[in-house]
Design a protein around this ligand. Structure first.
Ligand code: DON
Length: 578
């Protein structure tokens, strides 16, 4: 038995047949990386041990995830990074994908004017101009300390030498190869097992083209991706297969540094991602309404608390649909949406005895009559000096568009589907057709990613975020209220059952077994349509233990391969069980 096993406390929460194993947090006084993949966390931990700061570790972990966590780790997609510096200042990096110049608002409609899901879920047309490589390069140029090459090289090495795959990754690759990747020869070449047999857990996955791509990026910087040989291969494949992205789209892509959104919540400061993510704005709205209603005084699992938090979620998601989009294209009432009087006004409209009808709440927004997919990945980092980084990246769907352009070695996103797909059509099933998130050339599609840092008295107390499409904001809200309002420790807040309401469709979704039967009956009597689901999100977090002042890494056990790595190595001591 590993010596560290004795340090782990296994909390077994049996939730209606769903077993969630949560580890006690992994201590990391000298810095910590918590991500969806053990080898990627180890890469970040090694960078911290080598004197890199949290941004260096975030860059290295990001590239490593593109190798070891291909469902969502990426260089062919995008994401957001929040950085909080030891002096209390904070910034954010927006490397969200953009629509290519040839994109049009109706590009996902078929001949009858209906949304064609096939064009959105897979294939070249679904791909937005990738932002990750420019974004990581911008963050590094602004705040990194170690040489760029040293941060990209570990990922290139993992791709070149290979790494043993987990049972989860083996099964996912076999599903991809037999299904969604079939139409794309570049994907089959990149991810097929050389002998043509199915992958088995423990097999060594070598990604030769990806290694060459990463080596070029390590040597020549982000230009290798956006104007060099890789750009040429991408544009060529796009032109040959009905995609829109051109050399000019790639050369014109720019990541942006933006001020994060910041707000107060019960004596804490919450720092999160502003537009083009809806995450931070909606999160701060929900926390503001929570505080206005004094919900910290209610038991979290009571019918009253769940009813009122559901009403809060409903109202924030409606504002998301009405107002939010790419700030470079859309004028938004940002400050007003987060003002105390406005949030008090929203909270005052909540009926304590009755669920609000989402359609009525929206006025004339909803016309006559989708689930978002569940793949993205979040990682959290702190370094010894107290710099904290929260990063969420995505290809949108699991394995994105399922396309690897021949010779490039990496998966491309299908992020274009995050735009509103049919102008003017907002439906009870959750399709949104409002103007702010309509497709336009070079525009960023609205996101729900919510990388977030919470501080108190000038110290970081929580770094968190999650995958999960529109559920992300609710997951982050649940984790933060668990720690800040309920006084849970970080592990318990991450393990606690999660809830989701997104205005439309008008239903309250609960992790299976997360509601006591009598509370469910109470909620249904108030008018909520309650639905159970499997797990929601994967909030790989860092929480500062107030007793000891030590940061603890919490790998959310909803992500089967997640791990925390503490610096200095080799103290890699957190790992989830299958
Ligand atoms: O940016 C967004 O909000 C989505 N593309 C994220 C997709 C996602 O989280 C899917 N899964 N876990």
């Amino acid at each position: 038995m590993h010596p560290w096993l004795s340090r782990l406390l296994l909390i077994l929460l049996v939730l209606g047949g769903r077993a969630v194993l949560a580890l006690e947090g992994v201590p990391g006084p000298d810095g910590l990386v918590v991500s969806a993949s053990r080898p990627a966390s180890e890469v970040g931990g090694a960078v911290l041990a080598a004197g890199g700061n949290a941004v260096d570790a975030a860059v290295a972990t990001g590239f490593a995830l593109a190798v070891t966590y291909p469902a969502a780790g990426n260089i062919g997609g995008g994401g957001f990074m929040i950085v909080r510096l030891p002096d209390g200042s904070a910034t954010s990096f927006d490397f969200r994908e953009t629509a290519p110049a040839a994109a049009r608002p109706d590009m996902f409609l078929d001949d009858r004017g209906e949304i064609d899901p096939d064009r959105i879920e897979a294939g070249y047309l679904a791909v937005g101009v990738p932002g990750t490589v420019r974004g990581l390069a911008l963050a590094h140029a602004r705040l990194g300390r170690l040489p760029w090459r040293d941060l990209v090289e570990p990922a290139a090495r993992l791709a070149r030498d290979g790494f043993p795959i987990s049972p989860t990754l083996a099964a996912a690759l076999n599903r991809e190869l037999a299904g969604p990747m079939q139409p794309f020869p570049g994907s089959l070449t990149a991810y097929g097992k050389p002998d043509g047999l199915p992958w088995l857990a423990g097999d060594q996955l070598v990604l030769a083209d990806l290694a060459a791509t990463l080596e070029a990026i390590a040597a020549d910087g982000s230009d290798a991706f956006y104007t060099g040989r890789i750009a040429g291969l991408l544009a060529e494949a796009m032109a040959a297969h009905g995609g829109l992205i051109t050399l000019a789209d790639l050369a014109g892509y720019a990541a942006r540094e933006r001020p994060p959104v910041r707000g107060r919540f019960l004596g804490h400061e919450v720092i999160s991602m502003g537009p083009p993510s809806s995450g931070g704005t909606a999160l701060l709205q929900m926390l503001g309404m929570f505080e206005a209603l004094g919900l910290e005084r209610l038991a979290a699992d009571s019918g009253e608390a769940i009813h009122l938090t559901t009403e809060i979620r409903r109202r924030a998601y409606l504002d998301r649909a009405k107002f939010l989009g790419d700030p470079d294209f859309v004028t938004m009432p940002g400050d007003q949406l987060l003002s105390r009087p406005y949030l008090k006004h929203l909270a005052a409209g909540i009926d304590r005895e009755r669920a609000t009808d989402s359609r009525q709440l929206a006025g004339d927004l909803v016309g006559p009559p989708c689930d978002e997919s569940d793949e993205t990945t979040h990682y959290s980092i702190v370094d010894a000096a107290g710099m904290a980084v929260a990063t969420t990246v995505t290809l949108e769907g699991s394995y994105g568009s399922h396309v690897v352009a021949p010779g490039t070695g990496f998966l491309l996103n299908n992020e274009m589907g995050d735009f509103n797909r049919k102008p003017g059509q907002t439906t009870l099933s959750g399709e949104i057709g409002t103007l702010p998130n309509q497709i336009a050339p070079a525009k960023r599609m609205l996101s729900s990613m919510t990388p977030t840092i919470v501080t108190k008295d000038g110290r970081v107390v929580l770094v968190t975020g999650s995958p999960g499409g529109r559920t992300i904001i609710n997951t982050v809200f649940d984790v933060i209220t668990g720690v800040v309002a309920r006084g849970l420790d970080g592990s318990a807040a991450v393990a606690a059952p999660r809830f989701h309401h997104q205005w439309l469709p008008d239903r309250l979704i609960v992790e299976r077994g997360g509601l006591a039967p009598d509370v469910r009956r109470q909620l249904e009597a108030l008018g909520h349509a309650v639905i159970e689901r499997g797990s929601q999100g994967a909030a790989h977090s860092i929480w500062l233990d107030p007793q000891t002042g030590t940061p603890l890494g919490i790998a959310d056990q909803r992500g089967p391969d997640a791990a925390a790595a503490a610096a200095p190595l080799p103290a890699v001591i957190g790992e989830s069980s299958q």
